[in-house]
Design a protein around this ligand. Sequence first.
Ligand code: NAD
Ligand code: ZN
Length: 363
Amino acid sequence: MTEIIATNYSVYINKGIAKDINRFFRNNKNRYSKVFILVDENSLKYCYPQLVNAIDVFKDAEIIEIESGEDSKNIEVCHHIWTTLSEYGADRKSLFVNLGGGVIGDMGGFIASVFKRGISFINIPTTLLSQVDASVGGKVGIDLDHLKNEIGLFNTPDAVFIDSTFLNSLDKRQLFSGFAEIIKHALIADAAYWKKVQDFDISDLGDIDALIKTSVSIKNSIVQQDPKEQGLRKILNFGHTIGHAIETFSLENDEKKPMLHGEAIAVGMICEAYLSAEICKLSKSELYEITQFILGKYKIVKLEKMDHHRLIELMKHDKKNDKGDIHFALLSSIGTCEINKTAKADQIIDALNYYIQESKIFK
Ligand SMILES: NC(=O)c1ccc[n+]([C@@H]2O[C@H](COP(=O)([O-])OP(=O)(O)OC[C@H]3O[C@@H](n4cnc5c(N)ncnc54)[C@H](O)[C@@H]3O)[C@@H](O)[C@H]2O)c1
Ligand SMILES: [Zn+2]
């Protein structure tokens, strides 16, 4: 078992995590009254059965099930769950257990954080994305119509339990989506880790625990230095300024197949690596290395030149911007990232065209 100490809580990483959860409950006897477990149909089917017979406290817990997917991450679903909690007599000492991917973690954390002015919650993330990214950082929240994570707050769970065996039932697209965040962690913070990531075959999982531990440690160290994203934490946005715009664009265009978060971030990282070379002196050879690696791992996304302006519009609306400038976190070399860089519209268009051109050559 590996324990990573985050702000006020620990992240436990182990195979067969039930024993660590049992120990946690033994060490926290009498701390909680009732236990509620939030699941979606997939975490209920694939993950809950692995835990319920092994964890006594879970045998008496109430299960609250929601429909899977980002569409559930809204205030109506929260309202329904708060009503359910009230009906079941949840009190200030109740514990909310978030068993599922990032949607369950973000929304369950939000539900618990404001119910009766805040009850305790623990997270058991079951997708690669939620294990390596959402497991630390204290962001909880929901979407407001199409605006992702528009409503929320910073609040920490009492503990996080990560078990990579849950990933066995996850489909490949979801695995690659989470892998994009692992690539990002290496690029922004750790050149030696980048070598390991390049040699790793995510499709057969292999020793994924080693990657999960390194990624959680990197993100944890960044958020501990800057919990509220005033400075350093912005490096976690590498690939995300352009990536988010591409993700939102794919969601608002019904004729385009909706992209998963990590798939859009993979494209965003190539474009922002190009900007890094233009603006931050990333070497051409490292730009090439990043581009070739990501193109080799992810399906080519068709970007149309006529859509570039809409993408730039979307970047301007990003809540992380101020005074109308579009902000980027860019690499000066692999493993080193700089924040508060701005790029002109022309440079962003060049970056999008760079992706189009390189992906054509790659084919
Ligand atoms: N708080 C943060 O710091 C943070 C960081 C990154 C992402 N997020 C949020 O996380 C969400 C995306 O997370 P996600 O990619 O985990 O999405 P998700 O929760 O929608 O899960 C993806 C799919 O996998 C299914 N699933 C979950 N675990 C499974 C398992 N073990 N086996 C089979 N299927 C399983 C889910 O039912 C869902 O269909 C977004 O809402 C995003 O905003 C938050
Ligand atoms: Zn991300």
